[in-house]
Ligand binder design. Structure first.
Ligand code: ADP
Ligand code: MG
Length: 140
């Protein structure tokens, strides 16, 4: 195992309900270090480009609208095995399938408004971090 970095997004349903601190506590309790963090309002172009991999899926348009419906918190998380560790504590995409204690089981509203994003591979993590952060903004 090696020290990895992964991209996390606290989504608009969670920032709207003032859950940033509670979600950060789940990450930190799991040993994930928040080495960069900024709260931003995404533009439609940014959200569309970030989720371009889902362009052909039926929910793409709604997903982009949801992601710009309010502020998000963009984060870089660092830990041994960070990508898998983060996915574990996020829980399954659909909160109905998410294990108890995971962020999505505790906080998600629906399969779309599911409170958090996490990179799904180390390769995607590198690209997603680069999409939102300059290297100088990440302080390990
Ligand atoms: P994950 O975020 O768990 O990696 P995906 O990459 O498959 O899941 O999907 C990206 C995001 O698109 C999800 O987190 C969720 O917000 C939304 N989404 C996924 N599946 C659906 C669906 N069937 N209906 C509506 N939104 C969805
Ligand atoms: Mg995904």
């Amino acid at each position: 195992m090696a020290v990895e970095r992964t991209l996390s997004i606290i989504k608009p349903d969670a920032t709207r309900r003032n859950l940033t601190g509670k979600i950060n506590a789940v990450f930190e309790d799991a040993g994930l270090r928040i080495v960069a963090q900024k709260r931003v309002q995404l533009t439609e172009a940014q959200a569309g480009a970030f989720y371009a991999v889902h362009k052909e899926r039926p929910f793409y348009g709604e997903l982009v609208s949801f992601m710009i419906s309010g502020p998000v918190v963009l984060q870089v998380l660092e830990a041994e095995n960070a990508v898998a560790k983060h996915r574990d504590v996020m829980g399954a995409t659909n909160p109905k399938d998410a294990a108890p204690g995971t962020v999505r089981a505790e906080f998600a509203e629906s399969i779309e408004a599911n409170s958090v994003h996490g990179s799904d591979s180390l390769e995607n993590a590198v690209n997603e971090i680069r999409f939102f952060f300059a290297e100088t903004e990440i302080v390990g």
